[in-house]
Design a protein around this ligand. Structure first.
Ligand SMILES: [Zn+2]
Length: 381
């Protein structure tokens, strides 16, 4: 592995660092990194790794660029809205450093393809935003003995670590043996995220990748770094490998990839069997259009969300006030509950049923579906 004169000039600030030097830069060039997700975390990761001269960067993403991504996903520009994220990422990376080989995988990572996707790479970086993919990435990396550079973000808080049982550290399952019940942990789409936060956590992940590549410094193996942007504080937890861990422990029970949607309690998308607890936005429209049906629609989002987008004629009863205010509702009336994507309204429905409300249903996919399918003048956020 040699560096051209152009590369020597490009990487000169690395080459004069004794800890990197010519040998380290050659190791960076020889390295290959698979970036799972070209979103908030994937953006700074891919851009800094490209600038630093990582020889091969793989990008796995099946999504397209949406306006709501641009607040933090700096791989993509306004002109990329509607394009494939993987394609857009490739173009940005090539613009930063044409020496980098970019391989795009315009697909959803799954139990069927994960091992084949990951096998050709030295290091995997987790830039995903959902639990099934996080457990899938973890298990595939443990099985293939690849370091898994982990990061996650929510609202103003983020965390990062390096999972590598083959290097003596724990894996993601040692830390979180069980996924949270579905709907319990809101996603960034539901809970929001400060735009710069993935920049900070993604840069920590990119730093760890470069350190792994050059083999210098103390990595985050065995440590969980916690960051709070509002308080501007970093904390650190020591992590230990769990000998009972089902995938990296002494007697592993998971020896091949499983069904991660099922493991995380999420019904597979291919079975949209009518859920008796759910109604569609079309059914919600019928209820609003025909008061003689006696069905009331209630919005359980928070007041600041109601200010951003609302459906005419739907009153607000925020989830945060439901416990103290549910007595304002009539347990014998039929209610359809609306939130942003259908997760909080599902929890609200369960709560009201526990209080003796018999006729409560959840509006599937929330006000976002209303905006997509019924009334485009309602902003999607
Ligand atoms: Zn483990």
């Amino acid at each position: 592995m040699e560096l051209t004169n152009e590369e020597i000039r490009r990487y000169s600030r690395h080459l004069i660092l004794p800890e990197v030097g010519l040998a380290g830069q050659k190791r960076i060039k020889a390295a290959s990194v698979l970036c799972i997700g070209a979103g908030g975390l994937g953006s700074p990761i891919a851009m800094y790794l490209a600038a630093a001269g990582v020889g091969k960067i793989g990008i796995v993403d099946f999504d397209t660029v949406d306006y709501s991504n641009l607040q933090r996903q700096i791989l993509h520009t306004d002109a990329d809205v509607g394009r494939s994220k993987a394609e857009s990422a490739k173009e940005t990376i090539r613009g930063i450093n044409p020496n980098v080989e970019v391989v795009i995988h315009n697909t959803r990572i799954s139990s069927e393809n994960a091992l084949d996707l990951i096998r050709p790479y030295d290091i995997v970086v987790d830039g995903t935003d959902n639990f099934p993919t996080r457990y899938l990435t973890n298990d595939a990396c443990v099985l293939l003995k690849k370091p898994n550079v982990y990061g996650s973000i929510f609202r103003f808080e983020g965390q990062a670590s390096v999972f590598a049982p083959h290097l003596g550290g724990p894996c993601y399952r040692c830390l979180y043996p069980e996924p949270p019940p579905p709907g319990m942990v809101p996603s960034c789409a539901e809970g929001g995220v400060l735009g710069v936060l993935p920049g900070i956590i993604g840069c920590i992940q990119a730093t760890e990748i470069l350190k792994l590549a050059i083999g210098r410094g103390s990595s985050l193996v065995g440590r969980l770094l916690l960051f709070n942007a509002l308080d501007m504080k970093f904390r650190e937890l020591k992590l230990r490998r769990d000998p009972q861990c089902p995938v990296c422990g002494e007697h592993p029970t998971i020896k091949e990839l499983i069904d991660y949607e099922m493991f995380c309690g999420i019904a597979p998308e291919s079975q949209p069997a009518a859920n008796p607890d759910e109604v569609t936005v079309q059914e919600m429209k019928k209820a609003l259009d025909d008061p003689s049906l006696g069905i009331k629609v209630v919005d359980v989002r928070e007041a600041f969300e109601y200010e951003i987008a609302r459906v005419e004629g739907v009153p607000l009863l925020p989830m945060s006030e439901l416990r103290s205010r549910f007595t304002e509702l009539d347990p014998n009336t039929q209610y359809y509950l609306l939130c942003k994507v259908g997760a909080r309204s599902h929890s609200a429905m369960e709560f009201l049923r526990e209080q003796g409300f018999k006729y409560v249903k959840n509006v599937k996919d929330g006000i976002n579906a209303w905006s997509d399918e019924i009334d485009r003048s309602v902003p999607r956020y």
